[in-house]
Design a protein around this ligand. Structure first.
Ligand SMILES: Cc1cc2nc3c(=O)[nH]c(=O)nc-3n(C[C@H](O)[C@H](O)[C@H](O)COP(=O)(O)O)c2cc1C
Ligand SMILES: C=C(O[C@@H]1CC(C(=O)O)=C[C@@H](OP(=O)(O)O)[C@H]1O)C(=O)O
Length: 388
């Protein structure tokens, strides 16, 4: 499977083409839109998200609700475009009118792509960078992930996500997977503990009041993954490595870890390696899951547990020092309309980029043209693992 997205943040639409989804998979656009809606929301988002009504239109690859095996094209309309038509140069204007309408940006925001992107592509109007570096693109990635999740669900593989830290407020209770699943999407910060969620909301309010922004940590879990997806034989077939790339490719994500993460560096091996056991009904399993479901770049059959760390949002209402690229003088960075915290939304993005990577790895392992063939292949592999 592969995909490409296109679209500017304030352009008419985002477009994504997904290739490699097997034929005859039932796709309900409402299932995709439910995921889109989760990403759009979340406490701490700015005014843009009140304007958009993120929903997907399927324009190819699906007929009467079933995939054809041909490329699937999805479109997400930007409702805000109607306010940006002139700024985006979509209307026929004289050159002078055009120049006045551009809302040129020359004061780059520290932490955003503005300055380096301008230098790289020779854009003296940094809006030309912002339009594509914006996390608006993550709406298209969630649409891809939503299709991937439908595929994985047909194989009994479930993926879910939650927020475990915002601006230093941590939900560090140890929950069972069942507790996590029962409380997922529990509230508008996507933290399953209501008391901690309230503290997170207060922390976000404080940051907003201070003209500041905050980051946090999200967790994604993949349940019921067959053992042996990915491979130890080459660096680029190691699935934990591929998932790491995918997670850090999300805007503002600066770190990724599996299972206990960086704690593995402090603890002795006896507390970190997950001991092996066998039961004839479920096959091999581990007595713990410190390593988060990976050994040798392969899934080991335990739940895959991934954490992603998001930095604070770069645009500050109390802007930081910057330099105007025209005058080269010191100025405060440009203030753009912005979120103050997007960690809840980012947890949904993280879940969906993981869903795509998992689906891609599954399709590589069990190359199949249609869903029945794929379901048989996965079933056979699970049986093989059971009897090994
Ligand atoms: C869901 C989501 C929403 C975001 N919203 C904003 C925002 O409103 N303002 C902003 O400056 N950055 C926002 N960001 C972060 C920037 O897009 C990101 O920091 C920027 O593209 C630079 O990339 P880097 O942080 O990965 O280096 C958001 C990120 C995500 C994942
Ligand atoms: C549009 C989205 O997020 C945007 C991500 C973003 C950024 O700089 O990354 C800046 C803001 O955009 P705007 O300047 O239009 O207010 C966010 O709203 C979205 O998530 O759909």
């Amino acid at each position: 499977m592969r995909y490409l997205t296109s679209g500017e943040s304030h352009g008419p639409q985002l477009t994504v083409i997904i290739e490699g989804v097997p034929a005859n998979l039932k796709i309900d656009v409402n299932d995709i839109n439910e995921e889109m809606f989760k990403r759009q929301g979340g406490y701490g988002r700015g005014r843009r998200m009140q304007i958009e009504k993120d929903s997907v239109e399927i324009v190819s690859g699906v007929r009467h609700g079933y995939t054809l095996g041909s490329p699937i094209t999805l479109i997400v309309t930007n409702d805000d475009f109607k306010h940006w038509r002139k700024i985006m140069g979509a209307d026929a204007l004289t050159e002078e009118e055009q120049e006045n309408m551009k809302r040129v940006i020359t004061k780059p925001r520290p932490g955003h792509a503005d300055l380096v992107g301008g230098m790289k592509y020779n854009h003296r109007d940094l809006r030309n960078v912002l339009e594509r570096s914006s996390a608006r693109e993550t709406a298209a990635r969630v649409a891809v992930g939503a299709v991937s999740k439908i595929l994985l669900k047909a194989l009994d593989i479930n993926i879910f996500s939650r927020v475990i830290e915002i601006g230093g407020i941590k939900d560090d209770y140890e929950y069972t997977l069942e507790e996590v699943k029962a409380n997922i999407d529990h509230n508008d910060v996507r933290c399953i503990n209501d008391e901690v969620a309230e503290k997170m909301r207060n922390r976000i309010d404080q940051a907003k009041k201070d003209g500041d922004s905050i980051g946090g940590i999200v967790e994604v879990v993949v349940e019921n993954m067959p053992a042996g997806i990915g491979s130890y034989v080459h660096y680029d077939r190691k699935l934990d490595g591929r998932l790491s790339q995918a997670v850090v490719s999300i805007n503002a994500f600066k770190g990724v870890s599996f299972g206990e993460g960086f704690k593995v560096a402090e603890k002795p091996g006896s507390e970190i390696q997950d001991e092996i056991a066998y039961n004839k009904d479920i096959g091999y399993y581990r007595l713990s899951n410190h390593l988060g479901g990976f050994e040798g770049g392969m899934s080991n059959g335990m739940p895959i547990v991934i954490n992603g760390a998001m930095k604070p949002i770069p645009t500050l209402y109390k802007p930081l020092n910057s330099v105007d690229i025209e005058s080269k003088e010191d100025y405060k960075a440009t203030i753009e309309r912005s979120d103050s915290c997007a960690v809840p939304a980012a947890s949904v993005v993280c879940e969906h980029v993981v869903a795509f990577e998992i689906a891609k790895a599954i399709m590589e392992e069990y190359q199949s043209n249609h869903i029945d063939q794929l379901q048989d292949a996965v079933k056979n592999h699970r049986n093989w693992n059971l009897n090994f």
